[in-house]
Design a protein around this ligand. Structure first.
Ligand code: SF4
Length: 317
């Protein structure tokens, strides 16, 4: 599969169809050339559905419109503003990344893939997404939606990441990578889903799977396990309580129904993600400063966020 050929006729036809896809109006598309705004949006979108991100993103960005604003707000305020998105590890990394941007580049978020990759939590997909939208990179960042569309519409067969990136680059070779990438995402989100809706899809006439009557080459990943009773749920509960202030281990044990093993698993995971710390006196809390950055760069003393926040029921990973 590593040597799978990209058919130029199919590529041309799919490109042409993509150029006519009407793009969805999404809040992060209103500031397409600002790398910080794109970095925030793409970080949120990694593990959260677009409609949920669309609710949180405008408020988050209004409050933290620059890396310096996010960094100086402190981790507690950032986690609170992240409420509703789940997977809080992303928020902690984004916050640390903001500190690095301030320290290293005077608060100017980079737009080059290689520089972005040096930030915590910024993987190949997010770095390329920012570089395509803001840095002129002619390629397609490969997320799950893009992967489904490329596998079905362009390649007609399962493929490695390397082949997918080659297929994406061939698609945008003539320019307009940013718009074409958005169109791929929208096709993947609206029609080319796990169960494809080909008869309504704007790519139907050009799609390789449809035109050649191929068996579906998409291989879905493992479904996520149940949330109720999971380690993820315990992590969310613990973090919610600690956002309100430091707590002793006995309190936390009670919170999780006395399951000490599950509690320690949650605390160990949250601690290694930099989301909680032991204060050295038997209590746990959300840290005042991130690891690995100089002290005095962040004033996290203000914990006056609304109590009873929507952290209940959320996922933390
Ligand atoms: S026509 Fe069907 S398989 Fe092809 S891109 Fe559209 S939804 Fe996916």
């Amino acid at each position: 599969m590593g040597s799978l050929e990209v058919d130029t006729d199919v590529t041309r036809a799919v490109r042409s169809a993509l150029a006519h896809v009407e793009l969805r109006k999404l809040p992060w598309r209103e500031r397409p050339c600002e790398p910080w705004a794109v970095l925030v949006a793409e970080t949120m979108l990694i593990q959260t559905q677009a409609p949920r991100v669309a609710e949180v993103y405008p408020h988050f960005l209004a409050r933290f419109g620059t890396p310096a604003a996010l960094w100086s707000a402190g981790l507690v305020a950032v986690l609170e503003a992240w409420s509703g998105l789940g997977y809080y590890r992303r928020a902690e990394r984004l916050w640390r990344g903001a500190g690095i941007i301030v320290e290293r580049w005077g608060g100017e978020c980079p737009r080059e893939e290689a520089m972005l990759r040096t930030l915590p939590g910024v993987g190949r997909y997010v770095a390329r997404a920012v570089a395509v939208q803001c840095g002129g990179l002619q390629g397609v960042p490969i997320d799950t939606n893009a992967r489904r569309v490329l596998v079905r519409a362009v390649l007609g067969a399962p493929a490695t990441e390397r082949v997918l990136e080659r297929a994406g680059s061939a698609l945008v070779e003539g320019g307009d990578a940013d718009r074409l990438t958005q169109a791929i995402f929208d096709v993947g989100a609206q029609w080319c889903r796990a169960r494809p809706r080909c008869s309504e899809c704007p790519l139907e006439g050009s799609c390789r799977m449809c035109r050649e009557g191929l068996a579906d080459p998409w291989r879905p990943g493992r479904p996520q396990g149940a949330y109720e009773g999971s380690l993820r749920q315990v992590r969310a509960r613990v973090l919610r309580v600690l956002l309100r202030g430091a707590r002793g281990i006995a309190d936390l044990e009670e919170l999780v129904g006395g399951d000490a093993e599950l509690l320690w698993q949650a605390l160990d995971g949250l601690r290694s993600d930099g989301l909680v710390e032991d204060d050295g006196h038997g209590s746990w809390r959300v840290p005042q400063r991130p690891r690995g950055l100089p002290e005095g760069k962040s004033d996290c003393g203000d914990r006056n966020f609304p109590l009873g926040s929507a952290l209940d029921q959320e996922q933390v990973s």
